[in-house]
Design a protein around this ligand. Structure first.
Ligand SMILES: Cc1cc2nc3c(=O)[nH]c(=O)nc-3n(C[C@H](O)[C@H](O)[C@H](O)COP(=O)(O)OP(=O)(O)OC[C@H]3O[C@@H](n4cnc5c(N)ncnc54)[C@H](O)[C@@H]3O)c2cc1C
Length: 475
């Protein structure tokens, strides 16, 4: 008998072991459901292997090297040398520790792990192809399925990642050396995080962006703080230019760009990093056999429980239409899907979804902006606290940026927040909790915050919205 003839059954089949899939599988198993998790590449998905974790490890190292070499004002004189091979070993060690941990956690919770590529046979079964040619296949029948196949990097015409001079974010994170000159195509969050990192590691970085600013999904005053700092780091930014091609040159490569009016420019580099976004992986699973249709961009529509049009098949993470491509969103959707399958009363609530950008300085946002609050019919009360007035920010040597809170003028309910400044990715958690718990401005303002901390700026922003701030002028 060939292995392919054997069909096994499971209550919940999860396809893809990224932060969406492995979290969903663990939670489903915790609910007492027989759960099987299929992964074709590496446990931990994009986030742990090629995204969030390696990028943050690289960012931390680059920050450390840069800080140490730029602390003369504090009386510290150092000229750090970055050993890329050692740095890579350390980063890879962090990744291995975490991915190994995911595998162990899955096993400890009783999740059956299967390595292979899943394709739908019909709406109750998948075929799993193991490894390469001749490695066999098996059929798994399921009561419920959670699709968590994530996303892949978008390639633009003329920039084939097969060329060693053309980097995807994954190539950049695995770099063996720091290029002297790096052109980054795309000023979104991945492009700006990596531009900042390589600038701090010593590259001359040029960013080309088709739109008229970096970080286009953030408010202009938030993006401005990051842009100004990027300029100080020597990052050369060009707006209104689309990358049109590249060619080899005696000393490296030449990247050409074009404006809407057809004006061309050329930039010399050793590598070009293309970071223009990611697209959902939904075209390789034969979804049609299960009766599921992706939209024209490849995303899958789901309801509040993350159910697709086929009731017993769920979709979570980067493949879902209308939610941001973020690891913590994928995980939360995984929890919701698993608990819904188990019959728990849950639903995905998009009111307090935080997002962070690990640029210098960082950005942290949650909930509504002032404009979105107005559009939703609220009269927004705005409170803002500049980090320049924060004692703790000044003692860290990083006092750019601000905390802004958006609340409903009538009720005082906190609707959203935007933070740009030191540790914004950590500080935003307090305001996500505030929204989640239905806190009012008074609740945050009356909470005693430790001194001296950056978190005091959150309290002061709430006080500022109430006209009661002590360390900044009230509006
Ligand atoms: C450079 C970079 C930095 C990032 N930084 C952050 C950050 O700081 N914070 C943040 O929140 N997000 C960040 N992200 C985004 C984050 O990585 C994704 O949002 C997250 O990984 C999505 O999780 P997921 O489970 O939906 O998919 P993925 O993590 O992509 O996992 C999907 C898994 O499914 C597997 N798979 C696909 N098809 C099949 C199949 N047919 N059969 C079996 N297995 C299959 C894949 O191999 C993969 O392992 C970053 C991304 C990148 C690229």
């Amino acid at each position: 008998m060939v292995v392919g003839d054997i069909a096994t059954g499971t209550d919940v089949l999860v396809i893809g072991a990224g932060p969406g899939g492995y979290v969903a599988a663990i939670r489903a198993a915790q609910q007492g459901l027989d759960t099987t998790l299929v992964e074709k590449d590496a446990f931990g998905g994009t986030c742990l292997n090629y995204g969030c974790i390696p990028s943050k490890a690289l960012i931390t190292s680059a920050d450390l090297a840069h800080e140490a070499g730029h602390a003369e004002e504090m009386g510290i004189h150092a000229d750090p040398v970055v050993d890329m091979s050692q740095l890579r070993d350390w980063k890879d060690g962090v990744v291995d520790q975490l991915t190994g941990g995911v595998e162990k956690l899955c096993k400890a919770n009783g999740v059956n792990l299967v390595e292979g590529t899943a394709r739908f046979k019909d709406k109750n079964a998948v075929r799993i192809a193991h490894g390469g040619e001749g490695q066999g296949s098996e059929t798994i029948e399921f009561e419920h399925c959670i699709i968590a196949t994530g996303s892949r990097v978008i390639q633009i015409p003329g920039f084939d990642f097969a060329n060693e001079q053309v980097w995807s974010s994954r190539d950049a994170l695995a770099a063996e050396t720091v290029p002297d000159d790096l052109v980054v195509v795309g000023g979104g969050y991945i492009g700006m995080e990596l531009s900042t990192t390589f600038a701090k590691l010593g590259s001359n970085v040029t960013v080309v962006e088709m739109l008229d600013d970096i970080l286009p999904t953030y408010e202009s005053d938030v993006a401005r703080v990051v842009r100004k700092r990027a300029e100080l780091l020597g990052i050369d930014m060009h707006f209104g230019e689309g990358a049109s091609g590249w060619r080899e040159d005696d000393d490296g490569i030449v990247v050409t760009t074009e404006t809407e009016d057809g004006e061309e420019s050329e930039y010399y580099a050793d590598k070009v990093l293309v970071a223009v976004g990611r697209s959902p992986v939904t075209d390789t699973m034969e979804l049609e056999n299960a009766g599921i249709e992706a939209d024209e961009r490849g995303f899958i529509e789901v309801d509040d429980f993350r159910r697709t049009d086929v009731d017993h098949i769920y979709a979570i993470g980067d493949i879902v239409a209308d939610t941001p491509m973020l690891a913590h969103v994928a995980s939360q959707e995984g929890v919701v899907a698993a608990e819904h399958i188990a019959g728990e009363p849950v639903a995905f609530d998009s009111q307090a979804v935080p997002a962070a950008v690990f640029t210098d300085p960082e950005i942290g946002t949650v909930g509504m902006t002032e404009e979105e609050a107005e559009e939703a019919g609220f009269t927004p009360a705005i409170g803002q606290m500049p980090f320049g007035a924060s004692g703790r920010a000044l003692t860290t040597g990083h006092a750019e940026g601000f905390v802004r809170i958006v609340a409903d003028e009538d009720s005082g309910f906190i609707l959203g927040a935007q933070i740009v400044g030191p540790e914004a990715s950590e500080l935003i958690a307090e305001l996500a909790l505030a929204i989640e718990m239905g806190a009012r401005l008074e609740d945050v303002a009356a909470t005693i915050h430790t001194h001296p901390t950056l978190a005091e700026a959150v309290m002061e922003a709430a006080e500022n919205a109430l006209g009661q701030a002590i360390h900044t002028l009230n509006r």
